[in-house]
Ligand binder design. Sequence first.
Ligand SMILES: Nc1nc2c(c(=O)[nH]1)N[C@H]1C(S)=C(S)[C@@H](COP(=O)(O)OP(=O)(O)OC[C@H]3O[C@@H](n4cnc5c(=O)[nH]c(N)nc54)[C@H](O)[C@@H]3O)O[C@H]1N2
Ligand SMILES: Nc1nc2c(c(=O)[nH]1)N[C@H]1C(S)=C(S)[C@@H](COP(=O)(O)OP(=O)(O)OC[C@H]3O[C@@H](n4cnc5c(=O)[nH]c(N)nc54)[C@H](O)[C@@H]3O)O[C@H]1N2
Ligand code: SF4
Ligand SMILES: [Mo]
Length: 692
Amino acid sequence: MTTTTVRAVCPHDCPDTCALLVTVEDGVATAVRGDPDHPTTAGVLCTKVSRYTERTYHPDRLLHPLKRVGPKGAGKFVRISWDEAIDTIATRLGGIAATNPQAILPYSYAGTMGLVQGEAMASRFFNRLGASHLERTICAAAGGAGYKYTIGARVGMDTEQFQNAKLILIWGGNPIASNLHLWMRVQEAKRNGAKLIAIDPYRSLTAEKCHQHIALLPGTDAALALGLMHVLIADNLLDHDYIAHHTLGFEQLRERAAEWPPERVAEVCGITAGEVVGLAREYGTSALRGEGVAIRVNYGLQRVHGGGMAVRNITCLPALVGAWRIAAGGVQLSTSDSFPKNKAALERPDLSSNDTPVRTINMSTIGDDLLRDASPEFGPKIAALIVYNSNPVAVAPESGKVMQGFAREDLFTVVLEHFQTDTADYADIVLPATTQLEHVDVHSTYGHLYMMANNAAIAPLGEAKPNTEFFRLLAARMGFDDACFSDSDDAIASNAFDKTHVHAIHFDWNSLKRTGWQKLVVPDAPFANGGFPTLSGKCEFYSAQMLADGFDPLPAYIAPHESVASNPVLGKKYPLAMISPPARNFLNSSFVNVTSLRATEGEPHLDMHPADAAQRQIVSGDTVRIFNERGSFEAKARVTDRARQGLVVGLSIWWKKMAADGKNANEVTSQRLTDMAGGPTFYDVLVEVEKQ
Ligand SMILES: Nc1nc2c(c(=O)[nH]1)N[C@H]1C(S)=C(S)[C@@H](COP(=O)(O)OP(=O)(O)OC[C@H]3O[C@@H](n4cnc5c(=O)[nH]c(N)nc54)[C@H](O)[C@@H]3O)O[C@H]1N2
Ligand SMILES: Nc1nc2c(c(=O)[nH]1)N[C@H]1C(S)=C(S)[C@@H](COP(=O)(O)OP(=O)(O)OC[C@H]3O[C@@H](n4cnc5c(=O)[nH]c(N)nc54)[C@H](O)[C@@H]3O)O[C@H]1N2
Ligand code: SF4
Ligand SMILES: [Mo]
């Protein structure tokens, strides 16, 4: 027997992007471990990916191309050859493109975060074809925009510094479930005497392990941050020197913050004024003592109407108290802009023709957009969808409309997948894709600062092909003969980072493949001496750019679209706020079909407060129906004070076909968008719940 160890990378949409060691015995991957030498992975994987071989060799893996023979959604398919599949697709897309290529739309997200199997060959193809452009908003658009307006880029604290902090705010995130390797550092900080405070409407697995939990109403974080500014200013808990040298607009901010005394904040957030004052004083005094005060702000809090502004307001806090002065202080939303990705080389936007402006479709409104007819404003009706690295029928909001759109008989849909997902059931052609063990890739991350290389550990299973190979074959069949359509995956990877950029000056693909990972060249404390990547070079409390873009230039509060306070009429009918954050054993909708992981989650649950349950004669174990005007789904009630009163929580994202009623939480979520950047508002939802 020959046994080898192959260096790989976890491809999933998770900030941790772990370094993997894959054991291969006679061509079969038998174990996946975390690399003990990689500083953030530290030899530990989450339960999901330690079972990666179970997912890879799953008996339901798609191994051959398929074409649909039953009605859309019924999941009836027969095997065809790759040749027939590529011919059919080229013919259909060619016909549509002859009239208007913008009737063709890619739909993809982060099923793999790899820069090669993500938007490289795929984007080249769609650019060359002249297809509509997909705005990839579904996760992080609003928060990213709010963060960038304030400090210029998605750059922040290094995860490897959190263990040195003395006060850590876990704000709108549940790292035990979704950012395990940050949590390991936070635990180390706790052992060193740090205080941990969770800010979350739900007592998540993480919130219950923190010293303090502030359970505010969903969608009100922007007000809490304004209250903190108010107290910091009123109590003079400020780093005046840092403010003077490295920020813009403090005087205007002072006036704005004055409008937000703790009592007003308490009313809006559904917490006490004491909680606001206490949090501000701890934050300010700890920072002014020169201790590390760290904020891990996550995407949970920006899936609401004012999500962009909420992240912006929070991002102002470290500059007020000079937290950035030391490496263990500041804020981290995402590290992604630290990576100088070579987008032009990967995606080749220059292949687009300059004659027609490209139409943009927001992936968060795919339901409405699939149902829209041609018009001068909208452009052509969407006639073809190529789906890869995503499962929109399960994950996109207002699912009833998404399914109606996917069910259109006149829509031609191709799905590249590992499994027969809810989305694949609606495809005309399903193509088997390779998993991370079967292809090559290179990764940047959004939770640490290492460039990562993934080697192929095993040969593709069945007739599975990498996403890149599908687009190569299709490009060739459609007569696209540009040289870039012949690039190998290694050739694409070798240009992934801009070697002229100081952060990646040492990037060399062949050596990265051997070592597996390499840290970017970045300072430990990125803004110790200011130098923010904004136009002004400062942390912008006042943002002229925001004003130019039609926003309030100062931190503000934007109420949810749907809450009892902001929409009392709707609140009367549907008095409960619903959120559907990630379940620990799933990764979005990935892994729901891995039996051992699904068994741990059990079945779809709805956590509700005892008072809300009693009012509706609901007890734990009852099947309940959660509904509003958009739709309904069923879950098993869990009566618990983990959910604050007025809030229900359905951990997600279930495959619809694995739920008893064939539905999931997205039946009731809405397609209304965030204040900034067109993000979805998954956690800005009112519902009513009744016993079935
Ligand atoms: N196990 C697992 N890991 C994952 C994922 C997964 O599905 N499962 N998903 C991955 C993805 S795609 C992402 S984007 C990342 C980050 O994923 P996030 O979506 O940030 O998820 P969480 O870290 O679970 O944090 C969400 C937390 O925010 C809370 N929350 C909801 N609404 C509000 C609000 O209005 N205010 C505040 N303060 N809190 C609120 C929720 O109760 C929950 O505890 O995680 C990734 N990691
Ligand atoms: N109600 C509710 N809805 C949500 C959220 C929520 O918290 N609540 N979270 C939202 C967020 S943050 C996100 S990021 C989105 C995530 O939505 P998606 O990005 O769609 O994530 P997944 O559901 O994991 O689907 C990814 C699919 O890609 C496939 N895949 C993985 N690797 C490859 C590959 O190499 N090739 C191909 N062809 N396919 C591959 C997987 O098998 C999987 O089916 O969901 C959003 N939807
Ligand atoms: S899902 Fe996240 S924690 Fe789990 S192995 Fe992948 S990167 Fe690591
Ligand atoms: Mo996400």
